[in-house]
Design a protein around this ligand. Sequence first.
Ligand code: GLV
Length: 328
Amino acid sequence: MTRHKVLMTRPYHPEARKLLENHYEVDVWEEHLGPTKGELIQRIGDAHALFTEGVDTIDEEVYDAAPNLEVIGNRAVGTDNLDFLGATKRGILLTNTPGILQNACADMTFALILGIARRVSFGDREIRAGKWRYFDQTPYLGTNVFGKTLGIVGLGGIGTQVARRASGFDMRVIYQSRTRKPELEKELGVEWASDLRTVLHESDFVSLHMPLTPDTEGMIGRSELNQMKPEAFLINTTRGKTVDPTALYDCLVAGEIAGAALDVTDPEPISVDDPLLTLPNVIITPHVASSSKETFRAMAEMAVKNIVAALNGLPMPSCLNPEAIKNR
Ligand code: GLV
C-alpha cells in the first residue's frame, strides 16, 4: 500500500514533523516565509494532508490543485484562513487547535494591558534612544490597572482566561459575547452587557477576543472608538481586520482614546512606515499571543493528532466540518 503524503507549510515544527514521519511521507516547505498560494498550488500535488499555519490562505484554488487532499491540520484556533464551503463539498476535513492556547493568549493580553498602561515599551524605547539622562519619572507616568474596568468582547476560551486574570487585579469585568454565559457570570463575577456600546462606554481597557468572521470584520471603527472613554485603551489579540486602522490612528492622534496595544494588525506584517508606529502610546507585537514555547509545541502536536486521526478514519480532537465525511 502506498504511504499517505503530508505537506507541511513551515520547517519549524521538528517534533511534529518527526511524529508525522513515523506514519507518512512528509514534504516540508523549508523556508520560514511560507509558500504563497501559487507556490502551494505548485507543490501540493498528491498530498493527502496539509499542515498549515493560521495565516496560510487555503481556498478553492488550493483544493482544486489537490485531488487527494483529505484533511487540513491548521495550527491555529482561528479558522478565517480556510474556505469551509469548498472543503466540505470536496469531503476535505478542516481541523484546528482549540483548548490549548487560551492561557498563553490571556497571559499575553495581560502583558499588553500592563505594557500599554505602565508604558513599558515606551520606557524601553526611550532608554535605547539615549533619552533617559536623569531621574525624572514624569515622562513615564502610567495608568493603574488594578481596580479598573476591563471590557471583554468575546467571552470564549481566551476571553474567559483573561477574565480570570482580571480578578487578581481587582478589576470589574463586563463582557459582550454572542451568547450570554450565566455560569461564568456566577463563577467569575463578570457582568453581561447587552450591547457593545455599554462595554465601550464603561471600560478602561477594551480587549477583543471574538473570532474574525464577516460579522466582526471592521467591528471596531470610528464610531465604536468614539464610544470609548478618552482615558481608555484598546487591546487587540484576535485578528487585525476587526479594527479599522485609519480610524484607530485618527482617534489616537486626536486623544479620543489613550492608547492601543495590538498583537495583530491589518495588514500583517505591518509596514515599518505605518503611521501607527510613530505613536508613543501604541505597542505592536508580531502576532505572537499564543506563542509561548510550550503552547507553540502543543498546538503543533494537536495539528498532527488531527491529521493522523483523519487519515485513519478516527475521531479527530477538533474537526470543524465533520459533515464533509459524507462527501468523500
Ligand atoms: C492565532 O492567531 C491562532 O488563531 O491560533
